[in-house]
Design a protein around this ligand. Structure first.
Ligand SMILES: [Cu+2]
Length: 439
């Protein structure tokens, strides 16, 4: 594991070698995956979400979905009461192939009626999931079977068509794979559901009538609890974003240039693939981005709306009772440590501040926001990140870890073995100005 220490340094050197604009479209690139047959579409990985399994009945793929209340731990100190499917919010990811006949049996264990709409699918009207129009509302305790053949391919999603049920979290990914993988074929394929929540301090039930959001999630988790996307250096990566909510999200990727290869209606022609590094994922839209991961590093992937890459600090601060503006830095830091102890964080750091900072109008802004919690959110996918890496990871944010082959293999082995490397094995890159501050 000593190789972790030198990763970033060696990675910086390698970047200049690998950085080549013509690689963007993947032309003539060397294959980086172990996949024997590139014409078979890869299964999509949706971090922090389960895949939905199926049974076969006379050639029909049969899925069981249960609409029900769920508890979702969105942050180490915050579990919300949302609604979802099969105990999960967002619901489990469904993956089928173009041409499949599917039967999706919905059981309603909610306290009210519901139905499922298959967003964007060109299917018979009776299967559209519109209460009172295409079907009767599915009453609590009853079931309904959605039965249709999928002839499209792309990134789709399923959701309740009731607005408030949507804002309680009733959505899931519905991936329709083409019969032959799109070219250039990808080596990694990920799915991410974007959601926003309004949950007041000391509350657990989202306020679905609110227009201001204090929790923003990727696949039902706020950063740093989001699981990083692990990719091998030189591989071609697809990330599929789906937005079902009340706000638009400009998702930005660091260190790379990507193209949008698909929308909520499926694959886009290559003539549409202009270079970008931020994609606006509007409400009810899906966007597939693809890029060659040619730049090694721990790259942020995040919504760029400033309030969307924050967590609800007010939740920690007891509704903003902490008076940082008229306290000395040391005292404020002690208050932060007390709060962190309450929720079981192992570190509290904050960025250095100037002498006399309190005399500057507008202070404090960000100085007291950084809160490391590496051990609290430890998982194999985080192995080798620099110490205190989690301090500035907040809200709708994750990492795309572009790892050279040996480190990629290390992390993938750690994931298989469930091995978490000790935090001390990584380098501390935080910037302390306090003697012994949290160390
Ligand atoms: Cu956003």
């Amino acid at each position: 594991m000593s190789s972790w220490r030198t990763f970033i340094q060696s990675a910086i050197g390698a970047a200049t070698v690998l950085g080549c604009p013509s690689r963007l479209l993947g032309v003539n690139r060397k294959r980086a995956s172990d996949r024997p047959n590139s014409s078979t579409p890869l299964k999509v990985i949706s971090p922090d979400l389960q895949a939905l399994s199926f049974t076969i009945d006379n050639g029909v793929k049969v899925f069981q979905l249960t609409a029900e209340p769920a508890k979702r731990k969105i942050a180490p100190w915050k579990t919300i009461d949302c609604w979802g499917f099969n105990g999960s919010c967002p619901g489990p990811t469904i993956q089928v192939n173009q041409g499949d006949r599917v039967r999706l049996i919905l059981e309603n264990r909610l306290p009210e009626s519901t139905a499922i709409h298959w967003h964007g699918l060109e299917i018979p009207y009776a299967m559209d999931g519109m209460p009172y129009l295409s079907q009767k509302p599915i009453a609590p305790g009853s079931r309904f079977a959605y039965d249709f053949t999928v002839h499209q391919n792309g990134t789709f999603f399923y959701h309740s068509h009731s607005p408030m049920q949507q804002m309680m979290g009733m959505v899931g990914l519905f991936i329709l794979h083409p019969q032959q993988a799109h070219t250039p074929a990808v080596d990694h394929d990920f799915g991410v559901v974007l959601q926003e929540w309004a949950v007041l301090p000391n509350n657990t039930v989202p306020n679905t009538a609110n227009m201001e959001w204090n929790w923003l999630t990727f696949n039902g988790a706020v950063s740093p609890m989001t699981t990083p996307l692990i990719v091998r250096l030189g591989s071609r990566v697809r990330i599929r974003f789906v937005n079902i909510g009340m706000d638009h999200h400009p998702v930005h990727l660091h260190g790379h240039t990507f193209v949008v290869t698909g929308t909520e209606a499926g694959r886009q022609p290559e003539t549409m693939w202009g270079p970008m590094n931020t994609v606006l994922v509007g409400v009810a839209q899906a966007r597939d981005i693809e890029f060659v991961a040619n730049n090694p590093g721990e790259w942020m992937l995040h919504c760029h709306m400033p309030h969307h890459n924050m967590n609800a600090m007010s939740d920690l601060l007891g509704d903003r009772m902490m008076m940082t503006a008229d306290t000395e830095d040391d005292r404020a830091l002690r208050q932060m440590q007390t709060l962190a102890d309450d929720v079981g964080f192992e570190h509290v750091h904050h960025a250095p501040i100037a002498a006399g900072a309190n005399q500057v109008p507008g202070f404090p802004q960000d100085a007291f926001m950084d809160m490391g919690m590496d051990e609290t959110v430890a998982k194999p996918q985080n192995n080798g990140l620099p110490r205190n890496w989690s301090a500035m990871m907040m809200g709708m944010m994750s990492l795309v870890r572009v790892l050279p082959p040996d480190l990629y293999d290390d992390v993938m082995r750690d994931i298989r073995n469930g091995y978490m490397s000790p935090a001390s094995s990584a380098t501390d890159r935080s910037n302390h100005h306090h003697e012994g501050g949290g160390e």
